[in-house]
Ligand binder design. Structure first.
Ligand SMILES: [Ca+2]
Ligand SMILES: [Ca+2]
Ligand SMILES: [Ca+2]
Ligand SMILES: [Ca+2]
Length: 362
């Protein structure tokens, strides 16, 4: 009798140990209530966690200790409906709701928080997920803001990545003279990186070119520090695959630049061949001349070109349609502005263009 009891106790002891052991290994579970950050459930890496998201609008808070810079990745193992995740750090929310699986950049060691909820308040039922830590592999991180932009050197390609989803990458480059900054990538897979630029000197900071796919060339009208912001075009693609990013400088070759607006339009005279370059894409070249009497004017390109050039003219704030040269048009006396561009801003060339304007009948 005593012996049976003893064996039962031994059996119960091992059963209890087995249950405890399995809990520690892979059967972590949320501890309700965990609907606020202060009662978040503490979880560990590489352990499958189950949580109940049956109640409508249920939100579960979790906290996890992470060792260093890298990425926290949460994979969904079992769920019948979609689950969304939001991350917090000591400064509060760092990310808007994203669908699982998802990963987030971790800048440094410490306790990190996240919450899970049902998509659109629907019940997700019992959900099982796995938190993993991915060590940093992008040599340019952290560069999520202009303040910690990665410093580039001309003609020296670097390796970078757009990871995780919504990653933002800032790069900086010091340019000493006027010309053009070319930004290009190689070995990009499954992403569509696009950029814009910010120019900064002691007096001003401003955005100088809107979103462009790569390769792209940005005019450098003033020497100074340039910042290049790069991300995936729709912020929906991301990859752990590193790709190459390079910046090159092309010295100015268009003697009339800058001439992109009426204030910087360059004065020309009739019957003189004017040499210009429509480069880079979106370049507009504006010239001005004046007439003492009304006249009919003829404008032609005097050199064949690999790109289609069009122009328009402006008199007393009236702007014509875009016109394909050669063309004849009437001009009243006064000041006239001529504006050239590549067809529909869709083309550019480093090849020299030429035009001439003449009065008709003289
Ligand atoms: Ca990156
Ligand atoms: Ca980044
Ligand atoms: Ca030009
Ligand atoms: Ca120009």
């Amino acid at each position: 009798m005593k012996s049976d009891n003893f064996h039962l106790k031994i059996f119960m002891f091992f059963l209890l140990m087995a249950v405890l052991f399995s809990c520690q290994q892979n059967n972590y579970s949320e501890k309700e209530p965990n609907n606020t950050i202060s009662n978040a459930t503490l979880i560990g890496l590489d352990q499958s966690i189950s949580t109940d998201l049956s109640a409508e609008n249920d939100i579960d808070y979790f906290k996890i200790s992470l060792p260093r810079q890298g990425y926290l990745e949460i994979n969904l193992q079992e769920s019948e409906s979609e689950v969304r995740i939001n991350y917090f750090d000591s400064s509060g929310q760092i990310r808007s709701w994203q669908y699982l699986p998802d990963a987030v950049f971790i800048e440094k060691k410490g306790i990190h928080y996240f919450t899970l909820k049902n998509d659109l308040g629907n019940s997700a039922g019992q959900v099982q997920f796995l938190p993993r830590f991915i060590a940093e592999f992008d040599p340019t991180e952290p560069n999520n803001s202009r303040e910690n932009a990665f410093e580039m050197t001309l003609n020296k390609p670097i390796q970078t990545a757009i990871f995780p989803r919504l990653d933002q990458d800032w790069f900086s480059i010091e340019l000493a003279e006027k010309g053009y900054l070319k930004t290009s990538t190689k070995k990009v897979q499954g992403l569509r990186p696009e950029v814009y630029y910010i120019y900064e000197n002691e007096k001003e900071v401003h955005r100088i070119r809107n979103w462009k796919y790569l390769p792209d060339v940005c005019p450098v009208r003033n020497p100074g520090e340039y910042f290049v912001f790069l991300h995936d075009a729709y912020d929906d693609e991301f990859s752990k695959q590193l790709f190459e990013l390079e910046m090159n400088f092309i010295p100015e070759f268009d003697q009339y630049e800058p001439n992109d607006d009426l204030l910087t339009a360059k004065a020309i005279v009739l019957n003189e061949t004017i040499k210009f370059f429509i480069f880079p894409r979106d370049d507009h070249d504006i010239f001005r001349f004046s007439l003492e009497k009304d006249a009919d004017i003829f404008l032609e390109l005097t050199k064949s070109s690999e790109i289609q050039i069009e122009f328009r003219f402006q008199i007393n704030r009236n702007i014509s349609e875009w016109i394909n040269p050669p063309a004849e048009f009437f001009v009243p006396k006064g000041e006239i502005y001529l504006e050239f561009r590549g067809f529909d801003d869709r083309c550019c060339s480093q090849e020299e263009q030429e035009f001439i304007i003449k009065k008709i009948g003289l």
